[in-house]
Design a binder for this molecule. Structure first.
Ligand SMILES: NC(=O)c1ccc[n+]([C@@H]2O[C@H](COP(=O)([O-])OP(=O)(O)OC[C@H]3O[C@@H](n4cnc5c(N)ncnc54)[C@H](OP(=O)(O)O)[C@@H]3O)[C@@H](O)[C@H]2O)c1
Length: 284
């Protein structure tokens, strides 16, 4: 049996749906913070169990009978290491034999502020004495397509990424890789640097969006302080703004770029190009 934590999130739901293509529903447990909001998962035929990273007493029970577990990283910076440790401790107690963890690209050397907790989680997991696999996910393509509606309204995309390149991939691609390592042999104690095959700068992203939308959209690079103030002015929470601005600044030094082909190798196909993600976003 395979347990997916954070299963009600965007990535978790995609993992559950992809897993159902490979193994029967009675072999899958969706572990969620809030079972009352999980009818969508129950409708897929999988068992839903409560597993709140902040309530360790729910975790051992949720992981009972599991052979493998996918730990989808938690959300709130500063809280995450403690939460991940609670999941790993509970998995050990429940007798889980294999933990896959969604880390971040080059977590061991990355200068992104997000890297520290991933690094510490990886170290904790490695010392737990359970087979593991590190899925070092790169940036989501959806982080870029999320700005399309505003870009169409305003004719600009703003950021502080400069010429930085994003080797992003869709959540669906990362979910596919997770399913491969959870269901195929040979991945124990491996580390995968997962990134898209088709890196782009935000200038190129804006050019492709212009081409597909049939109207001019330009990328406007802002000094980080101005970008930060603009995002805060739009009402985005400070926690999110800090992550976005830090990532943009560091991307200009290549931190979100990668030539790794681990993701396409795990998928057995090329990753989704940004032009395709734009096409899908424009249709929705
Ligand atoms: N690579 C990237 O570009 C990128 C971007 C954003 C996030 N991430 C990371 O990737 C993870 C998965 O991405 P996503 O798009 O699926 O994020 P998401 O849609 O926000 O889902 C996160 C899930 O974590 C659950 N969660 C939060 N706190 C929890 C707790 N205390 N106990 C149990 N579950 C908890 C949430 O539960 P509820 O449904 O109850 O809220 C939600 O289902 C994120 O959590 C984050 O670590 C990566």
């Amino acid at each position: 049996m395979i347990v997916i934590t954070g299963a009600n999130g965007n990535l978790g739901q995609l993992v559950v749906k992809n897993l159902l293509q490979v193994i029967p529903a009675n072999q899958i447990v969706a572990a969620v913070r809030n079972p009352e909001k999980s009818d969508n998962l129950r409708a897929l035929g999988v068992e839903v169990r409560e597993a709140d990273y902040d309530r360790p007493e729910t975790l051992v029970e949720a992981f009972k009978g599991a052979e493998k577990l996918l730990l989808i990283s938690a959300v709130v910076p500063g809280e995450r290491l403690r939460q991940h440790q609670a999941v790993i401790d509970a998995a050990k107690q429940a007798g889980v034999k294999f933990i896959a963890y969604t880390s971040m690209l080059r977590a061991d050397t990355s200068s992104l502020n997000l890297a520290g907790e991933h690094q510490a989680t990886e170290a904790y997991l490695k010392s737990a004495g359970i087979d593991y696999v590190l899925l070092r996910n790169g940036w989501y393509l959806e982080n870029s397509t999320a700005v399309i509606a505003a870009a169409l309204a305003q004719g600009t995309i703003i950021g502080s990424a400069g010429q930085g390149r994003f080797a992003s991939a869709t959540r669906a691609d990362y979910a596919g890789a997770a399913v491969t390592v959870l269901t195929q042999p040979g991945h124990a104690n491996k580390t995968y640097e997962l990134a898209g095959n088709h890196a782009f700068s935000m200038v190129e992203f804006a050019e492709e969006l212009s081409r597909q939308a049939g109207r001019p959209i330009v990328y406007k690079n802002l000094p980080p302080a101005e970008y930060e103030a603009t995002l805060l002015g739009l009402g985005l929470p400070r926690m999110i703004v800090d992550v976005i601005v830090d990532a943009d600044i560091k991307s200009s030094n290549g931190e979100l770029d990668s030539s790794s082909r681990d993701l396409s190798q795990l998928l057995g196909r090329s990753t989704t190009p940004f032009s395709e993600a734009i096409r899908v976003a424009l249709q929705s």
